[in-house]
Write a protein that binds this ligand. Structure first.
Ligand SMILES: [Zn+2]
Length: 522
């Protein structure tokens, strides 16, 4: 069985799960479900990034020790994904012992090979933030958080000889044009690589930071950020055991937002080269969710909580649908409550939901739910309907390979539009009044039930709960077999379907918080 591996970033535990995290995680979940459905063996990794000075400070500020602090937030991520029905295979924490051991093993290997050296590190240090700033990060020469002029300090640290791998990295990116995708991010990385690459500072002295993985070759230092964080993608596979590293790692598909492009496109491949490991298969980079209304706080994205969405929409699927349908992977997309509600009402409640309940209601009313036979000679419109769904599935295959989820969903909805026209065209509700046309009505409805059965298969990666409900309404067994039977052979003679249920209740948009405030003031 062919293998494929999907990863989200490990999320930094200084914030609770929000819109950005949810999008990346839903995308990975959708891909995993899709590749499972076409016969791949998949592995899906997510987790939390738990070391560093920001965490140590946040723990201190909340009056607790770092381990208790990260236990709490990490658990919050894990239970959120569990409650959202995210089908991850492993949840990694960078404080896990197997991960720490793996990081130390790789650091020692690269140190022994001579690609880690001891040197002088200088930079603008803000004592308030307890971190170095690059000149670019400073605003008018001041710390953007504290508005104070940072001190220039220098200290001894360990460096990874990243510069040595600049040319091999450029050659790799040229030889594999879709290593980093979409194209715009590859272009961005190649532009960055036109400047000489500096070596990477990878340590902090324990006199300043203890909350990290000790360097195996110098107990006075902990490793800082890059080796600790990025190696999770491989340490989790080694922990999984067997030939996981050999078979899954070269098939790795990273999913990230564009803010962490540089570490994943530059630091990480050079680290892999130094460690003698193959590169990942693809780095897939998505854009940001931008808050649409200027009246709303820019930080609203940080307060869009996945579990609140799930509760509001009586399930995770409507929110998943919006995320996957609204963003073109790679580009920024707008988020607003109005857009969310419009999408759910138009595409899910009015289109999909109405279609399903209409078909099932007719089936129940005209034939007491019993599926009627279809003859050997199909009417032209019946063949067209089947053809339209075959075409949608073909298109979907191409779009999924390119991570164009919105196009994949468009293809399904275009076939659904055709199915709605087919109802108007064949008019079973009129034909049923003619006693000589009963058999034709039975055929038409049989084709429409095939539409619902096909939808339950095609939608499963995107809307897993809805797909399950559709199968339930059709009274189909949950296994794959009933789903993959050819059109016209999905139902046993005399099969009885269950009645319709409301899949997606219509919604009202939430009032704009600022307008409410103005009204209350007046
Ligand atoms: Zn500061």
């Amino acid at each position: 069985m062919e293998r494929i591996y999907f990863t989200t970033p490990i999320y930094y535990v200084n914030a609770e799960p929000h819109l950005g995290h949810t999008y990346t995680t839903v995308v990975a979940d959708t891909l995993k479900r899709y590749y499972n459905s076409i016969g791949y063996e998949t592995f899906f990794l997510t987790g939390t990034d738990e070391h560093g000075d920001k965490i140590a400070q946040a723990a201190e500020a909340s009056g607790t020790d770092p381990k208790s602090y990260v236990d709490r937030i990490s658990n919050l991520f894990r239970t959120t994904w569990d409650n959202c029905g995210i089908a991850y295979d492993h949840f990694i924490r960078t404080t896990d012992n197997y991960h720490k051991e793996f990081v130390q093993k790789i650091l020692q290997k690269i140190y022994d090979a001579g690609d880690i050296y001891f040197g002088e590190y200088g930079g603008f240090y803000c004592y308030g933030c307890e971190r170095f700033y690059t000149e670019k990060e400073l605003v008018d020469g001041k710390c953007p958080d504290h508005q104070t002029v940072p001190d220039y300090i220098s200290e001894k640290n360990y460096f990874f000889r990243m510069s040595k791998y600049q040319q091999p990295l450029i050659e790799t990116i040229w030889s594999k044009p879709d290593l980093i995708r979409p194209e715009r991010y590859r272009t961005e990385v190649l532009a960055f690589l036109r400047e000489p690459l500096e070596d990477l500072c990878i340590s902090r002295p324990t006199s300043r930071l203890q909350w990290g993985i000790p360097l195996p070759f110098d107990a006075n230092y902990v490793t800082y950020v890059w080796f600790d964080a990025l190696l999770n993608y491989v340490s989790a596979l080694e922990y999984r055991g067997g030939d996981s590293v050999q078979s899954f790692w070269p098939k790795a598909q990273h999913l990230i937002a564009k803010d962490i492009l540089k570490p994943h496109a530059i630091y990480w491949p050079t680290m892999l080269m130094a460690a003698g490991l193959p590169l990942y298969d693809h780095l897939n980079v998505h854009g940001y969710w931008v808050m649409d209304s200027a009246k709303m706080s820019k930080s609203l994205g940080n307060v869009v909580r996945p579990l609140e969405m799930k509760e509001r929409f009586k399930g995770m699927d409507p929110f998943r649908y919006f995320l996957l349908r609204e963003m073109a992977f790679g580009q920024d997309a707008k988020f607003s409550d109005q857009a969310l509600v419009m999408r759910i009402n138009a595409d899910l409640a009015n289109n999909l939901g109405n279609f399903v309940s209409r078909v099932l209601a007719m089936q129940e009313k005209y034939f007491a739910g019993a599926v009627q036979p279809i003859g050997a000679n199909w009417a032209a419109e019946d063949s067209q309907l089947r053809g339209k769904f075959a075409q949608a599935e073909d298109e979907l295959t191409g779009h999924m390979a390119e991570l164009q989820f919105h196009r994949a969903l468009e293809a399904i909805w275009s076939a659904l539009d055709h199915a709605n026209r087919y109802i108007v065209q064949t008019a079973p509700y009129t034909l049923i009044k003619d006693p000589g046309k009963q058999a034709r009505v039975g055929e038409v409805l049989h084709h429409l039930l095939e539409v619902i059965r096909t939808l339950s298969r095609l939608l499963a990666p995107f809307l897993p709960d809805t797909a399950r409900e559709l199968r339930g309404m059709l009274a189909l067994p949950q296994g794959q077999e009933a789903l993959f039977a050819p059109w016209g052979q999905g139902f046993q003679p005399g099969h009885k379907i269950n009645g319709p249920k409301i899949l997606f209740p219509r919604l009202e948009a939430l009032p704009d918080p600022l307008e409410v405030k103005i009204n209350n003031e007046s």
